[in-house]
Design a protein around this ligand. Structure first.
Ligand SMILES: Cc1cc2nc3c(=O)[nH]c(=O)nc-3n(C[C@H](O)[C@H](O)[C@H](O)COP(=O)(O)OP(=O)(O)OC[C@H]3O[C@@H](n4cnc5c(N)ncnc54)[C@H](O)[C@@H]3O)c2cc1C
Length: 359
């Protein structure tokens, strides 16, 4: 199989790029692992600032139609024990964000490109020439061989292609997350359905996932003592008993399923090569406090589609280096604003979780 572009990774970044390349008439194949299960819903929130990007890419109605709901603001208790009410009413031009149903949204987007999706069951190998074509061996019962001019890593934090290309990444912190779905309760003191609260060992967020469930995620540091205690969900309420409102959402049901993972900030040492690009979390992964991971995935996919078009159709040799530079600049700006946000929480400066932000 010969295609202009080979995309590896089936998440929001890879699928968005595929949809945009299809519109440009650039041939591609999206390689993905066979039999991937529906992932644990994180109920990601898109801020109002993401809406113009979706509109520009003619994806807004698809996202709106498949979202759990619109969001109009959030509450946070960060830096003091006072609740701050952030209302999107003052945002322009959109006065709402979206609580997305990522799986459903992705399935609708995949429907547009299914004919160009190829699954594999036993891993893949890459034969890559920096100034030539790339061959990917997608291992199945019968090996599938795909040849392309441009290779895309959209495998999220796994960076599966970059690892094979021996491109390293810089990790900025050790943030990890634990998420669980809990029965929905409406808090008497909070009007918005998204609430963030910091505490001595980290911070947590609770938000309405749908009509019956809330999702709660606790963020702390890899190796922190609290992680051991949080391994039993029925203990979350007592372990987090010093929180002001967060604890009110938790219950002591031991049957509740939870999922953990990395949530740290990191950036690839190289985001583009001569004939490859990294997208989304693979290029740079953001702290969920920023609420910008999905926006970043869509933005990098959009920029990558432009760069690919310039390179293939106009032999523009600057397009990929410019992509690399733009993304690295964005990441540096992001790191600065993220650090400022954490530095606003001064109550536990000496505690293991918060100390690194003040050193
Ligand atoms: C707890 C938590 C809360 C978050 N909340 C928000 C939020 O509120 N708002 C927001 O905007 N962002 C949020 N994010 C971030 C957001 O989820 C990610 O930034 C976004 O999903 C990244 O998309 P992606 O396509 O780059 O990567 P992914 O979604 O990770 O997709 C990568 C794809 O590649 C596949 N893959 C991986 N390895 C391989 C391999 N070896 N071979 C083939 N395929 C592979 C995976 O199966 C997956 O389909 C949150 C993240 C976490 C952890």
């Amino acid at each position: 199989m010969k295609k202009e572009v080979i995309i590896i990774g089936n998440g929001i970044a890879g699928v968005t790029l595929a949809v945009l390349l299809q519109r440009k008439g650039i041939s591609f194949v999206l390689l993905h692992r066979e039999g991937e299960k529906e992932p644990f819903a994180l109920g990601e929130t898109l801020p109002p600032s993401a809406m113009p990007l979706l509109e520009q890419l003619k994806l807004l109605s698809l996202f709106e139609e498949n979202a759990y709901r619109k969001t109009y603001g959030y509450h946070s208790m960060w830096g003091s024990s006072r609740v701050t009410d952030i209302n999107f009413y003052h945002q322009n031009p959109y006065k709402n964000g979206l609580k997305i149903n990522k799986h459903q949204t992705l399935e609708k987007m995949r429907d547009l490109i299914r004919d160009d999706m190829v699954s594999y069951s036993k891993g893949f190998e890459i034969i890559h020439e920096e100034h030539g074509n790339t061959v990917v061996l997608a291992k199945n019962e019968g090996v599938k061989i795909v040849q392309g001019k441009i290779l895309i890593d959209a495998t999220g934090r796994n960076r599966a292609v970059l690892q094979k290309l021996k491109v390293e990444s810089t990790i900025y912190d050790e943030l990890v997350s634990l998420s669980c779905h809990i029965p929905k309760i409406e808090h008497p003191k909070l009007t918005h359905e998204v609430y963030v609260e910091s505490f001595k060992q980290g911070w947590g967020i609770v938000s309405a996932l749908n009509e019956t469930e809330n999702i709660c995620t606790i963020f702390t540091q890899k190796g922190h003592a609290i992680l051991q205690k949080l391994k039993d969900v029925s203990q979350w309420k007592s372990v987090l008993s010093e929180t002001i409102y967060l604890k009110d959402f938790l219950n002591e049901d031991a049957q509740i399923k939870f999922k953990g993972g990395n949530a740290n900030s990191s950036v690839a040492a190289q985001i583009a090569g001569n004939n490859w690009l990294a997208l989304g979390d693979t290029a740079m992964s953001f702290d969920p406090l920023s609420s910008h991971g999905i926006t970043n995935s869509i933005y990098t996919a959009s920029n990558a589609s432009e760069a690919i078009e310039k390179k293939l159709n106009f032999a523009d040799t600057e397009a990929f280096p410019e992509y690399d530079e733009t993304m690295k600049t964005i990441f540096q700006q992001y790191v600065q604003s993220k650090n400022k946000l954490y530095q606003q929480e001064t109550r536990w400066k000496e505690e293991a979780f918060w100390k690194p932000f003040f050193e």
